[in-house]
Design a protein around this ligand. Structure first.
Ligand code: FES
Length: 100
């Protein structure tokens, strides 16, 4: 696995997500107000909605297109058969470090 530095944590407003393109993959990184950092595939498995633009709580994102909900820790969706890929991500000295 490679550690990829995505730059300053300040790129992601607190309580929101941001989409990064990493090796041709769209990855949504979220910074919940409750703390922590999560990364999942940006495209919703329902109809490709941009999850980075969804509303989040402490550990879920709600797709901005049709409201499907995904767990940021497990990638599990609330709708049957829908999951998103999750990635390991952490903050180190104010920078976002993604494992790919
Ligand atoms: S595209 Fe995400 S809920 Fe439909």
């Amino acid at each position: 696995m490679d550690n990829i530095n995505l730059g300053s944590i300040e790129k992601i407003p607190l309580g929101q997500g941001h989409c990064f393109i990493v090796e041709n993959e769209e990855i949504a990184v979220f910074r919940p107000r409750a703390g922590g950092l999560y990364a999942v595939q940006n495209r919703c498995p329902h109809r490709n909605g941009p999850l980075a633009e969804g509303v989040i709580d402490a550990c879920h994102v709600i797709c901005p297109y049709h409201g499907h909900k995904f767990d940021l820790q497990t990638g599990r969706g609330a709708e049957k058969g829908e999951t998103v890929k999750i990635y390991e991500v952490k903050e180190e000295s104010g920078e976002i470090i993604l494992k790919l």
